[in-house]
Write a protein that binds this ligand. Structure first.
Ligand code: SAH
Length: 385
C-alpha cells in the first residue's frame, strides 16, 4: 500500500519535520497501521513512514531511501543513537529520544542492563516485533519493558498498557548518578521509571549547593535533587504532596547513607507561604514542579502558578543563595518562562543573577526543525546581597 501526500505535506519533510498531518494526505487506500512508502500525487517516491490511520499525525518519516525497514534497520538506527551518547557515566540514560534522533515516536531508555521503551504511534506499534528485535541487537539488554501506558497513545487508537517484551525486568533498578545512588521503578514510576531528563541539572545544582547551608527541594518526587543537595548542605527539606513518593525518597537516602534530609508531606504552594511568613531562609532552593500547562488553553493560569512559587522562593532565598527553577510544560516557551522570572525577580525586590539557562540533559536532545522535541527549561539564579 502506498500513501500519497500533497505538495504541502512533501514540503514539511523537505524542511526537516517528520510529521505529515491528515489534511496533507491525498490518498490512503487502506486504513491499516503500517510502515508505508509515500509518494507525491504524481507517484514520485518521497520516503518510507510510519502510518497511523486514525491519528491527526498520519505519517512520520523514517527514511528517504527506498530500503527495507526491518529489524536490522532498527538495530542500526538505535545503535547509532546510543553511540551519540558516548561518555555518560550515569548508569541510566536515554538511548533514543524519538523525533530528535530521527526515530519518531520511539523512546528507548537504558537502566543498567535493562531497557524501558515506549512505542507512541500506531505505525510504530505495527512494527513492534522488529523494533524489539532491533533494540535487542543494538543494546543486548537483559530485558525489555514497554511502558506504553502513555496518554498520547489514545490519539493513535492504541491501548495504554505495560508489557514485558523480552527477558526480565525487575520492579526496582539501582541507578548510579555522579556518586549518588537512587532506585528507579521501571514498571510503575513516572515516565519510564525516573526523571532522566533532569540528570545534568541535578549535577549542576549539586555543584552550586552551599556547603554547610540549608537547602529546600520542592516537588522532590523520589528525592533525586535532594540527594545531590544533601552531599553539600547541612540540612535539606524535601517536599512533596505524595507520601508514597517521599517514602521512596527516604529509601534512596538510606541507600546512600544520607541522614540530613527531612521528608515533608505538604502542598508546595501552602508551604512556601508558611515559610515566607515565618521568615525562614534557604541557601539553595530547587523548584521542579509537574507541568502546570497541560494544554495551551490554561497557559495563563499556569504562568501565574509558576510566578507564585518562583516569587516566594526568591523571597526566602538567603543572600548569595542559589535557586534552580524549571518547567517541563511544552506550552510554556523559553521566552515566556524567562519573562515570568523577570517579573518574579522585580516583584520580589531581589537582584537575581543569571548563572545558567539549561534544558534537558544531552541525551534528550532538541531538534531545531521539530520544536515539539523541546519541553524542559531550567534556570539557575543567584540572589545578590
Ligand atoms: N524533582 C523530581 C521530579 C518531580 S515530579 C526529580 O527530579 O526526579 C513532580 C512531583 O511534584 C511529583 O512527585 C508530585 O507528587 C509533586 N507535586 C505535584 N503537585 C504538588 C504540590 N502542589 N505540592 C507538592 N508536591 C506536588
Amino acid at each position: 500500500m502506498t500513501v500519497k501526500v500533497t505538495a504541502r505535506g512533501a514540503e514539511r519533510w523537505k524542511q526537516g519535520h517528520p510529521w505529515i498531518y491528515r489534511s496533507d494526505v491525498a490518498d490512503e487506500p487502506e486504513k491499516r497501521p503500517a510502515i508505508v512508502p509515500v509518494t507525491d500525487r504524481k507517484g514520485k517516491f518521497l520516503g518510507k513512514a510510519l502510518y497511523s490511520p486514525s491519528s491527526e499525525i498520519r505519517l512520520r518519516l523514517l527514511t528517504r531511501h527506498d530500503e527495507p525497514v526491518d529489524a536490522a534497520w532498527w538495530s542500526a538506527r538505535i545503535a547509532e543513537a546510543a553511540r551519540r551518547r558516548n561518555g555518560i557515566t550515569a548508569t541510566a540514560w536515554r538511548a533514543v529520544h524519538a523525533e530528535a534522533d530521527g526515530l519518531p515516536s520511539l523512546v528507548v531508555d537504558k537502566y543498567g542492563p535493562f531497557v524501558v521503551a515506549q512505542l507512541l504511534s500506531a505505525g510504530l506499534e505495527s512494527a513492534r516485533e522488529q523494533v524489539v528485535e532491533g533494540i535487542t541487537q543494538a543494546l543486548q539488554p537483559d530485558g525489555i519493558l514497554l511502558r506504553n501506558d502513555v496518554g498520547v497513545r489514545r490519539h493513535e487508537g492504541l491501548p495504554a498498557e505495560v508489557l514485558l517484551a523480552a527477558g526480565e525486568v525487575p520492579e526496582v533498578v539501582e541507578v548510579m548518578e555522579d556518586g549518588v545512588k537512587y532506585l528507579a521503578a521501571p514498571w510503575s514510576g513516572q515516565k519510564t521509571g525516573a526523571f532522566l531528563d533532569q540528570r545534568e541539572n541535578r549535577i549542576l545544582v549539586g555543584q552550586h549547593t552551599r556547603a554547610g547551608g540549608r537547602a529546600l527541594d520542592l516537588f522532590t518526587y523520589h528525592g533525586s535533587f535532594a540527594l545531590h543537595l544533601a552531599r553539600h548542605a547541612k540540612e535539606v527539606v524535601a517536599v512533596d504532596q505524595s507520601a508514597e513518593a517521599l517514602a521512596r525518597g527516604a529509601e534512596n537516602a538510606r541507600l546512600n547513607g544520607i541522614a540530613n534530609i527531612a521528608w515533608r508531606e505538604a502542598n508546595a504552594f501552602d508551604l512556601l507561604r508558611e515559610l515566607e511568613r515565618r521568615r525562614e531562609q534557604f541557601d539553595t532552593i530547587v523548584l521542579d514542579p509537574p507541568a502546570f500547562a497541560k494544554t495551551k488553553a490554561n497557559l495563563e493560569r499556569a504562568v501565574a502558578g509558576y510566578k507564585e512559587i518562583n516569587l516566594r522562593a526568591m523571597k526566602i532565598l538567603a543572600e548569595g543563595g542559589v535557586l534552580f527553577t524549571s518547567s517541563c510544560s511544552y506550552h510554556v516557551s523559553r521566552d515566556v518562562f524567562t519573562a515570568m522570572l523577570v517579573d518574579a525577580a522585580r516583584d520580589s525586590g531581589r537582584r537575581m543573577q543569571l548563572l545558567a539557562a539549561t534544558g534537558a540533559a544531552g541525551d534528550h536532545p532538541e531538534l531545531l526543525n521539530v520544536p515539539e522535541t523541546g519541553y524542559l527549561k531550567g534556570v539557575l539564579l543567584r540572589a545578590l546581597p
